[in-house]
Design a protein around this ligand. Structure first.
Ligand SMILES: Cc1cc2nc3c(=O)[nH]c(=O)nc-3n(C[C@H](O)[C@H](O)[C@H](O)COP(=O)(O)OP(=O)(O)OC[C@H]3O[C@@H](n4cnc5c(N)ncnc54)[C@H](O)[C@@H]3O)c2cc1C
Length: 397
């Protein structure tokens, strides 16, 4: 049986971020011994993806960042633009491949993290630690015993919630013949897309040059589209709204991120914790997860350094989650017109303030002021309705 101080299950954004922090800044074998178990290439491994997040100045993964922006834009359904300068923040784009290479180089130089290709079956508490049972690359059953286990495997099902919407999207990395993009500005939400019956939709454009960008179609709604539905939606956005002209699709990305007001358990045993999306790092109202899981893994690494019990903290405060629950309810019930609400918010609140709010870095009076910039009637009715609503299991996409 293998033994380690820490076992990390899953080497996605959360598992790799935690391993990167535990391996420490200086090369050489310091810090706790870590085993990082990740599914071998196959159906359990998530496909390549692009993570965006914002932070002031330089960050720990800057060497792998593809592009970053200080100007953001939101577009009204009729086309009017709301522009914002978010300095000193920057909106950063990190491709999962580049992130994985950066972390792999970091771990290779430190030697405290042992990586295993492993399909993990169970994680169970035992006195003084936990056992991770897995099958190795040959399918042979094996076990790791660790003092602490951090599990980032996606949960099999979503917990019961008052509201569960899905943020689902499909995007093309495109190269255009004509210089179609302004590389200084990222378009966060472009509401010139046809709106679904329930929820909302928008375009998302991350330009990395005058001829290249990630162009996505996104919905917040109860069900994903079919592959053909996404293809039509992105094509329509690229051709009829953005009028990109001749283009080549270099690659594509598709994703589904649950937006739920259900609490996600972060502790499943005395020595077993969940991190990342599985541990509630996703901000319910936006789907952004990367920054939340950085806060979690930072806190876990600090607790381990200081010899404290390393329970991952909530990535989002109770106040943020309560405000998000109201917004999700207002959107899902159709009481609030999503595009109008979000355009109004972006027009009336400085974008930098909204981004700080989404990271939980604003004070109570600032949060209340943001709440007052939304349509107060529908939001208030949704807030009053919430305590009486049952939490229902999500019946799946
Ligand atoms: C396409 C896409 C784009 C996104 N873009 C953004 C964005 O721009 N900004 C943002 O903040 N968030 C974004 N998100 C949301 C979120 O950041 C990501 O889902 C992120 O990958 C979550 O990290 P994670 O480590 O929690 O989970 P994952 O990255 O999904 O990692 C889970 C890991 O568990 C492993 N695993 C699964 N089962 C087993 C098993 N049985 N045994 C061993 N290992 C196993 C997998 O191999 C994987 O490595 C995006 C999500 C998607 C799907």
């Amino acid at each position: 049986m293998l033994e380690a101080d820490v076992a990390i299950v899953g080497a996605g954004a959360a598992g790799l971020s935690l391993a990167h922090r535990l391996a420490g800044a200086a090369p050489g074998p310091r810090g706790p011994s870590v085993v990082l178990l990740d599914a071998p290439p196959g159906p359990l491994r998530p496909p390549r993806r692009t993570w965006c997040f914002w932070e002031p100045g330089r960050g720990r993964f800057d060497a792998a960042v593809t592009a970053s922006w200080q100007h953001l834009r939101v577009r009204h359904p009729a086309g009017a633009a709301v522009d914002g300068d978010i300095a000193p923040l920057r909106y950063k784009m990190l491709r999962s491949d580049d992130f994985e290479h950066l972390v792999a180089r970091h771990l290779a130089a430190r030697r405290t993290v042992r990586r295993l290709a492993a399909t993990v079956d169970t994680v169970e508490d035992v006195p003084g630690g936990a056992l991770v049972r897995f099958r190795d690359g040959d399918g042979s059953p094996r076990t790791v015993r660790a003092r602490w286990v951090f599990d980032s495997r996606p949960p099999g099902s979503l917990p019961a919630a008052r509201t569960t919407l899905l943020q689902h999207f499909h995007g093309w990395f495109v190269r255009t013949d004509r210089p179609a993009f302004d590389p200084r500005t990222a378009e966060l939400m472009d509401f010139r897309t046809p709106q679904p019956g329930r929820g909302l939709s928008f375009g998302y454009v991350l330009p990395v040059g005058r001829h290249e960008a990630l162009v996505e179609y996104t919905e917040f709604s109860p069900r994903p589209l079919t592959p053909a539905g996404y293809e039509t939606a992105v094509r329509q956005y690229a051709e009829e709204v953005l009028r990109l002209g001749e283009l080549q699709v270099l690659s594509t990305e598709t994703g589904v991120i649950p937006m739920t007001d259900a609490p996600m358990p972060r502790r499943t045993g005395e020595s077993v914790f969940r991190i990342g999306a599985a541990g509630g790092a996703t901000r319910p109202s936006t789907g952004y997860t990367f920054a939340g899981l950085q806060r979690q893994t930072h806190a876990v690494a600090a607790a381990l350094r200081q010899g404290r019990r390393p329970v991952p903290p909530p990535a989002h405060s109770a106040r943020s989650r309560a405000m998000d629950a109201v917004l999700l309810r207002a959107l899902d019930s159709g009481r609030a017109d999503g595009p109008a609400l979000l355009c109004r918010l972006f027009a009336r609140v400085p974008m930098r303030r909204l981004l700080l709010f989404l990271d939980g870095r604003t004070r109570l009076h600032q949060d209340l002021a943001i709440g007052l910039r939304t349509p107060v009637g529908p939001m208030l009715r949704s807030a009053l309705e919430l305590p009486g609503l049952p939490r229902r299991p999500f019946d799946g996409p």
